[in-house]
Design a protein around this ligand. Structure first.
Ligand code: NI
Length: 147
């Protein structure tokens, strides 16, 4: 069952929206509106419910010759092993590495961990994408090394 509604836009906004659809490659307005609504609801949920569960995709680039950075990053992920589910490492060229870490935890914890990594000297192009979990906030089982 689909809920339909009509949206009125002033001409200038409608023109901007049409240009946006074109740039983003949307075939129809409904799909674009659905995505924008989902994005707004996701943002609100992550902001208003810091304890709700989410998946985080954290990516960044760094120079592995940068003093100690490589080692400290590994240590950081170990210190937060309950948040960092897995890390993918790519040797881009002689100097540069890209890592993508998959995180799982409370929205606020994932954000503060991501921000602390991205703020480090030597970390470039840091990005954190958070996807809210709709089911139970977190897996409840524990591992012997969780402390
Ligand atoms: Ni590397």
């Amino acid at each position: 069952m689909t809920d339909r509604f009509t949206v009125s836009l002033e001409p200038a906004l409608a023109a901007e929206f049409s240009a946006y659809l074109e740039r983003q490659g949307y075939g129809n307005r409904s799909e674009a509106v659905r995505d924008l609504i989902r994005e707004a609801l996701t943002r609100e949920r992550l902001e208003k419910s810091p304890d709700s569960g989410c998946i985080g995709v954290l990516s960044y680039l760094y120079d592995h010759h940068e003093r100690e950075l490589s080692k400290r990053l590994t240590e950081t992920h170990h210190e937060h092993h309950s948040l960092t589910v897995t890390t993918l490492h790519m040797h881009v060229d002689h100097d540069t590495c890209v890592e993508a870490a998959l995180l799982r935890g409370k929205a606020a914890e994932v954000l503060s961990f991501g921000e602390s990594v991205m703020a480090r000297p030597g970390i470039q192009h840091g990005r954190l994408h958070r996807i809210p979990l709709t089911g139970p906030p977190l897996a409840t089982h524990r591992h012997p090394d969780d402390g």
